[in-house]
Design a protein around this ligand. Sequence first.
Ligand SMILES: [Zn+2]
Length: 496
Amino acid sequence: MIQKRIAIGGILHETHTFMPQRTRLADFQRQSFYEGDAVLSAMTGTHSGIGGMIAAANDWVMLPILYAAAMPSGIIVRAAYEALRERFIARLRAVLPVDGVLLALHGAMVSEGIHDAESDLVAQIRGLVGGETPIVIELDMHGNISNRLCDLADVLVAYDTNPHIDMYERGGEAGQIMRRLLNDAIAPTHAYRQAGLLLAPQYTGTGDAPLLAVHQRRAMIEQDEDVICVAVMAGFAYADTPDTGVSIIVTTDDHPQKAEEYAEELAELSRQQAHNLELALRSPDDAVMQAKGADGGPVILVDSADNIGGGTPGDGTDLLAAMLRHDVQEGTIVLADAEAVTKCHHAGEGAVITSSVGGKTDRWHGEPITVTGTVQRLSDGVFTCELRDNPFASFYGDTIQMGKTAWLRVAGVNIILTEHKTPPFDLAQLRHIGVIPEQQKMIVVKSAVAYRAAYLPIAAAVIEVDCAGLCSANLSRFDYKYLKRPIVPLDSLSPS
Ligand SMILES: [Zn+2]
């Protein structure tokens, strides 16, 4: 038997189109960038989607093309995207002919002038391999998918979990579907629906409303033997494109009517479930007053709009301003501000200084605030995580380096200024410089989820706050230009 020749690779980026900074080729090269055989040596045995595809390959000749991924960030510079695409296409051309193409893509990649970069890439791949060669794609469930991409691919598979823990399994599933296609065992036909629904990332957990019920029904539908797979796409609300939002892709084995019915049902179900979404966000003033009145402490004030893990600068000032306005005693906030830190280090411990702090990176995270206070303590910003089995320490290492750091005390508020932004995943971040977290009345955390392991055990209460920021759950803060309207929740629900 002649072995099948399967090309494998991917270009992945979750593009936040409202971020002012552009993403460059160097951002991919610094993070994940492999070409040719390096794709196999780097990805074999990993829990990634590509890892799952490789494991499913067994008797195929794998033809590794290119794999590039960068952390969520702003729009990709056109020349950078085109360079990635041209390198991908040149390497694919060099290994032709192929019997199939397996791709791992995100689905929310945007370049300058290209809203739907995945379709642009796959159209070129399709042009090269021809209409008869199967293309199976694994997507991140945060992709904003177009009907064009559905038409270009044979089958689209998507992660079913958030936090994402099934990339490997879905990659393996993509491999199994490829095998059935190569054996002419299936004739895929798909239905695609946009739900007319926009979800902030905070509301895309698959263990909570609205997606939990949709995935429970999805799992039942996938038991139908006429169904090949169902992709429930939560979308990425911070990518402003005509395809942004929740979409459903149902692929059946030659049952187009069934595909349409299931896709319609799941789109309707996701809209219904979104009616139950409670926006529990408090204004900064309300949150601070509530924390002041709470029994004990510390109350954790969650600023998920300035979620450092989502790519924001960590210098948002809305809650600092509110704490100062309300004369808070023992309130703590960490701000990344290299300029203010340098000022503190020049002045020395015990000095009284006046400085503007925070709000310096862009115009999205509040204004810089001018404060006068005492430099309580200076440090090199190096601390060892105190939380055992810290999931973030396994990623960053046990010893964290925040760069030069200073504790500036302004009235009753402790401002910890750091040279480099650092997510709030360990209490040693405060303790190493002398601020005792357990003795605070309130603590601001710039995070959506990462703070929980360290801060929930000491929290008297947790309040989600509606601050200014590029990761805000309040989507009305964003000025969408390309989004298809009407869409829930930006536009009122149409009467049925
Ligand atoms: Zn995702």
